[in-house]
Design a protein around this ligand. Structure first.
Ligand SMILES: [Mg+2]
Length: 394
């Protein structure tokens, strides 16, 4: 088999306004500057019923044999790397020799180890696994040695929902009723918000625990926006509400800081969605800096690399709970691993509606569990009826 082209398709369509645009955002590192602190939401508020233009980019790997690997949506930033840096190198190569392509791309560019280059390699790797599945007529999880878990547990990731106490309690109970056994919420406040903000964060944890009772796991995300003393203090103050983890209190390369937070806060620490490759994950594990690793197949090096990361984590008895930027890729890997190694995947309630807009079938958990699509490949299918215009990015 031979790769004949690497195409980046930009799809545009019209959709009803997305409620995420009007929802509350979490705290961000930029909040350290007062000019950014005031913005409440993810973007301009949109009215219900309003129609918005939405654009996404998908990656296609074409072959001389006519089989096409598809993955997306992908970020426009690594689209350029795929098209300009990798395309010519890939044409004529065997798309089923995924490990060889991955290793060659890593060796080919000294900056390939991380960042946008590795994100581009990740997208390509996922598209190649889709292509392999379509070529062999099997879903990707079968090619990876599954099914092992049927179904896979998913936690409700509540990014964007209001943190006002009444709305918060109501929403938490609603998702508990839907069958989710775990929920992750995003703190709005950080060090720049002072004592009042810290009290607000503690109030969020308390309200949630009171709302869902004892049998729902609660996780909290600080999106890299805290510092070590703040995280230790916060951890101690929310510990009575028994969080399953505190996520990314500080950026993932602050290994000594993460370890101090782990040791002194008294609550488990999760991190890793911004780690690239097994080598970066190994550093975190070696440093004893995390209780949970959250590598994301869209960024860490793709499906091939996530499988290696899972093996590495299991050797340290640290569970891998993949970050939910992409659902399909993480889910196929999850279905091919034991629950002990990969206990749950993230389902971003609002973001997935957004991200899967062009897909034929909306893939979502039912009663807190989810199965990967059963057809050949990853099961990502674009619905032509939702695409108003398409163009190949040159
Ligand atoms: Mg996160």
């Amino acid at each position: 088999m031979k790769i004949s082209d690497v195409v980046l398709l930009e799809l545009t369509g019209e959709f009803p306004a997305h409620h995420l645009q009007a929802a509350e955002r979490g705290s961000r590192p930029l909040d350290g500057y007062s000019e950014f602190r005031g913005t409440r939401t993810f973007g301009p508020a949109q009215e219900a019923g309003e129609t918005v233009h939405h654009t996404e980019v998908y990656l296609e790997v074409h072959t001389e044999e006519g089989v096409t690997g598809l993955f997306g949506p992908v970020d426009g930033g690594h689209a350029i790397i795929l098209r300009r840096e990798m395309r010519d190198f890939l044409i004529g190569r065997d798309p089923l020799a995924i490990e060889k392509i991955w290793d060659m791309l890593l060796r080919r560019n000294r900056h390939a180890r991380a960042g946008y280059y590795m994100m581009a390699m990740s997208a390509l790797d996922c598209a190649l696994w889709d292509l392999k599945g379509k070529t062999l007529g099997e879903p990707v999880y079968r090619l990876l040695g599954g099914p092992v878990q049927e179904p896979v547990s998913a936690y409700a990731s509540m990014l964007g929902f209001s943190l006002e106490p009444e709305a918060l309690a109501e929403r938490a109970q609603e998702y508990k009723q839907l069958g989710y056994r775990a929920q992750k919420w995003f703190f709005r406040c950080g060090p720049p918000d002072g004592g009042e903000g810290a009290a607000r964060n503690v109030g969020v944890a308390r309200t949630l625990r009171e709302a869902v009772g004892e049998d729902t796991a609660l996780m909290f995300d600080a999106f890299n926006s805290w510092d070590v003393p703040y995280a230790i203090d916060m951890g101690r103050r929310i510990a009575p509400y028994r969080p399953a983890w505190l996520e990314e209190p500080v950026p993932v390369d602050r290994l000594a800081g993460l370890r101090r937070i782990r040791e002194r806060s008294g609550i488990p620490i999760a991190t890793g969605e911004h780690l690239y490759t097994r080598w970066q994950v190994k550093d975190v594990l070696e440093a004893g800096a995390a209780d949970v690793i959250q590598a994301d197949p869209d960024w860490c090096g793709g499906i091939s690399e996530l499988v290696k990361i899972a093996a590495l984590c299991s050797a340290y008895d640290v569970p891998l709970c993949p970050h939910g930027h992409s659902l399909h890729a993480a889910l196929h890997v999850a279905a091919a691993l034991p629950h002990s190694a990969l206990p749950q995947v993230e389902f971003l309630i609002l973001h997935q509606r957004h991200k899967q807009r062009f897909m034929k079938r909306f893939l979502e958990p039912e009663s807190g569990v989810i199965r990967p699509p059963d057809g050949p490949g990853l099961g990502i299918e674009i619905d032509p009826a939702k695409v108003q215009s398409r163009r190949a990015i040159e």
